[in-house]
Design a protein around this ligand. Structure first.
Ligand SMILES: [Fe+2]
Length: 270
């Protein structure tokens, strides 16, 4: 496949606009798939209120905010190891299947100055770019139509194309770590090749995408149906973000039971 990766990264990477106005952040989410809301507090309560403030009358539910502290936790050696690796492009909540949050927020309490930078790629824009390229069109068609197994071990079984149709008529383009050919796939070798190609393309674009910092008291708002997110490695041990998942009236549905901003409840229930 002959593709200009630098050109793809330029066309698909998202550099979010800053605003202190939640209503403007909602418009930016619609336009760009992401925004940075500024002039915020840095505590759990602030994180808990972001979804309702930004999403307005589209807000349906929010998960209890979770501390994101890759360099802390119960096993400092393992977490420090994770912090020193780039977190590749992914979407959140795929253990929830079609009920994954369609929007989420990352509120920065303590940044890792000079590293740990974020990057975003619009996967819908990537599919559109691929469709314009003779060799890329096959991969785009695969992503839009070919049913694959996206189930997270212990999570809801999720079978569907990478660009998963939602009941609202929207699609949610997923980037999960466990995607594989379905059990009844007639040609798993072909499917595995295409999944490797899609994942490799995203990783290459993730390596090339422009980076941006999110400072203390700033929240990155992300449309989880379009935008894959990642971050660079970092060194500050007490770097702290709050992650807050949200469901709007355009999501594929809200999971039952207590909602956290990770999939602990679905994994415990399984
Ligand atoms: Fe994430």
């Amino acid at each position: 496949m002959s593709l200009d990766l630098t050109e793809f990264a330029r066309a698909c990477a998202v550099s979010p606009t800053r605003t202190a106005d939640p209503a403007h952040a909602r418009d930016l989410l619609d336009r760009d798939g992401a925004a940075i809301l500024t002039d915020l507090g840095t505590d759990r309560e602030t994180a808990a209120g972001l979804a309702a403030a930004v999403l307005g009358d589209r807000f349906v539910a929010a998960g209890i905010p979770i501390e994101v502290t890759d360099a802390g936790g119960k096993d400092p050696r393992r977490h420090a190891d994770l912090a020193r690796r780039m977190l590749p492009l992914h979407t959140d909540g795929f253990a929830y299947g079609a009920h994954a949050p369609d929007v989420f927020f990352l509120l920065c309490a303590t940044p890792s100055d000079g590293d740990g930078l974020s990057f975003l790629v619009d996967q819908e824009a990537l599919l559109t770019q691929l469709e314009r390229s003779p060799r890329g069109a096959e991969l785009a068609t695969f992503a839009r139509t070919h049913v694959v197994d996206q189930s997270e071990p212990g999570g809801h079984p999720t079978l569907g194309p990478l660009a998963l149709p939602l009941p609202s008529g929207r699609r949610a383009v997923r980037r999960s770590i466990d995607v594989r050919p379905a059990d009844d796939d007639p040609d798993p070798a072909y499917t595995s090749r295409m999944l490797t190609l899609w994942g490799g393309l995203l990783d290459a674009i993730g390596g090339l995408a422009p980076r941006f910092a999110v400072g203390a008291g700033e929240a990155l708002a992300i449309d989880n149906t379009r935008i894959a997110h990642g971050r660079d490695a970092y060194t500050t041990p007490d770097r702290l973000l709050w992650r807050a998942w949200a469901w709007t009236d355009q999501a594929g549905g809200v999971p039952e039971g207590e909602l956290w901003s990770d999939t602990r409840m679905v994994l415990i229930a399984a």
